[in-house]
Design a protein. Structure first.
Lengths: 104, 160, 272
């Protein structure tokens, strides 16, 4: 299981803004380490955000996303105290899911 | 023990066996977390040119989106490892936002599917190997729109 | 200074002068663009993860003595972390020494947890392959001073002495390049490549520089501690590497911290 994400969500004027910071190396597969050995590709391929069982964002990532990926999006609705779940999967099949409570 | 599994997975990936593993997960459409993911678009994400990437995404000829897409990138990135990109659009019924970096080894960086109710406003961070164009593609009402902006990538100051 | 040193110095002076000229003449807008870039990435700092790791370590029982660090006194009493960084380095009665955050954490880890000093000092900095506990602990503690003004005291005679020694180290020219910290950090409006170099003799510059360390270094993908920052400065000057948490590094930190007094602490920062 991957390392925890840091998720913040806040609702304002009927729109919920979600900010996600994921912990992941996001190796391109093109980088060489200090010994000159090629570091194998290892990156998050998909991220999904759900609000009350409904998908609010579906993401596919490639090798060009920065280490410790950052994601910000907004959706209509949401109320303080409600929960949002964010899940990712990487190219090795590892996954992580975290939950956040929407702040006012 | 986890370590061992990881190593084996790395090896499997190197030899191409990892693809099988992924395909298996993909076929099941379900992972340990219980969340179902769509199939990752390997062809599009492996594309080396914009044409190939657009083809793989089923884009015919995108219209000029200079006026309808708000692409925000820094003019200069102090470090190509982290380049912030925000794509927003004033178009109605935006269903998809896609980000490319035209000079990266694989040009497609991210593809977002926006269900109804999700606003056309996305921020993420991409890696850029060199000064290049960041390209934003927006699908709205079944049509594709495209715009781009150049980001200059500079070398850092003292040491690493 | 002997002749060979003079010869070595000439190209450096030429370089420094041309650098200064470039910065003054044009491209002021490039600095603005860099500032714009920094602003755009300021939200979502991966240093948060190191803070989380440090917080867990602070509260976790560890070492031969099976203790957490929750009784560690960083200057404001046992277990207090809020705001402590803005008053460090400071003189500590129990050790009879002036200590910065990292040397004080070292004291707590050895005395409370019984972890041998050599073991901690052997891995004082994070690397690509392995995180450093003391470094993560420092990240956690500094995060508890965010938004608080720097107020480092030199009232105690030893603190005053450390400040004076630190000032001398800052201006001390030596090494194969005849360099000092002040070679790069005591002149305004100069830069290396795209980076403006802070003039640490100017309070505003010193405050801004100090406020953002420790920091997550994008180019390294790691959160870097203040002791690491100093170490790397010495490396770049081609000085011998200072000993982790040594008196010299604490004294230099004292000088820099006092120079930043009055500035609001903003770390952990996010750097290129």
């Amino acid at each position: 299981m991957g390392n925890p994400m840091k998720i913040r969500a806040a609702v304002k004027d009927g729109v919920t803004e979600v900010k996600i910071l994921m912990q992941h190396e996001m190796e391109t597969g093109l980088r060489k380490d200090a010994d000159g050995t090629l570091v194998p590709a290892w990156f998050i391929t998909e991220v999904k955000a759900q609000y009350q069982g409904r998908t609010v964002l579906e993401t596919q990532f490639g090798q060009s996303i920065s280490k410790n990926p950052y994601l910000l999006f907004r959706f209509k609705g949401g109320a303080a105290g409600e929960k949002i779940t964010v899940s990712w999967v990487d190219n090795k099949g590892d996954t992580r899911s975290d939950e956040v409570t929407i702040a006012a | 023990m986890n370590m061992e599994i990881n190593l084996q997975r790395r090896k499997a990936l190197k030899t191409g066996g990892g693809v099988g593993l992924l395909a298996l997960f993909g076929a099941l459409g379900l992972l340990q977390s219980g969340v179902a993911f769509a199939e990752w678009n390997k062809t599009a994400f492996s594309a080396k040119t914009m044409d190939d990437a657009l083809n793989a995404l089923g884009v015919i000829v995108p219209e000029n989106g200079a006026a309808s897409i708000q692409l925000t990138v820094p003019e200069i990135a102090e470090n190509g490892a982290v380049v912030p990109v925000t794509v927003a659009s004033t178009l109605a019924d935006v269903e998809q936002i896609t980000i490319f970096v035209d000079k990266n080894p694989s040009v497609l960086a991210a593809n977002f599917t926006l269900p109804q109710g999700t606003e056309a406003y996305i921020t993420t961070r991409v890696k850029m190997g060199q000064t290049a164009n960041v390209i934003a593609l927006v699908k709205a009402g079944g049509k594709f729109y495209r715009t781009s902006k150049e980001v200059k990538v500079t070398a850092g100051g003292c040491g690493g | 200074m002997n002749n060979s040193n003079v010869i070595k110095l000439i190209p450096l002076l030429v370089l420094a002068t041309s650098c200064a000229a470039t910065a003054a003449e044009s491209e002021i807008s490039d600095s603005d663009r860099i500032a714009q870039y920094r602003e755009m990435i300021s939200d979502g700092n991966p240093a948060d993860f190191d803070e989380m790791r440090g917080e867990a370590l602070w509260k976790t029982v560890a070492g031969p003595k099976q203790a957490s660090l929750e009784k560690c006194d960083l200057g404001k009493g046992a277990g207090v972390v809020k705001g402590v960084y803005t008053e460090l380095p400071r003189y500590f009665k129990d050790t009879g020494k002036v200590q910065d955050l990292e040397s004080r954490l070292l004291t707590c880890m050895t005395t409370l947890q019984g972890i041998p000093e050599e073991e901690i000092a052997a891995k004082p900095f994070a690397s690509e392959k392995k995180a450093s506990d003391i470094s993560s602990l420092a990240t956690y503690v500094v995060g508890q001073s965010k938004g608080i003004k720097m107020a480092v005291s030199t009232k105690h005679p030893q603190a005053k002495e450390a400040y004076e020694i630190g000032k001398r180290i800052f201006n001390y020219r030596a090494g194969p390049y005849d360099f000092a910290c002040s070679t790069c950090h005591a002149t305004s409006n100069v830069r290396i490549r795209m980076q403006d170099l802070p003039n640490l003799n100017v309070r505003k510059d010193a405050q801004a520089a100090y406020a953002n360390w420790p920091a997550y270094r994008v180019s390294q993908g790691l959160t870097r501690s203040f002791q690491w920052r100093l170490n790397d400065c010495f490396r770049q000057q081609r000085f011998p590497e200072p000993k982790f948490a040594s008196e010299a590094t604490v004294a230099l930190t004292m000088f820099l911290a006092v120079s930043a007094n009055g500035g609001e602490y903003a770390g952990p920062g996010l750097k290129r």
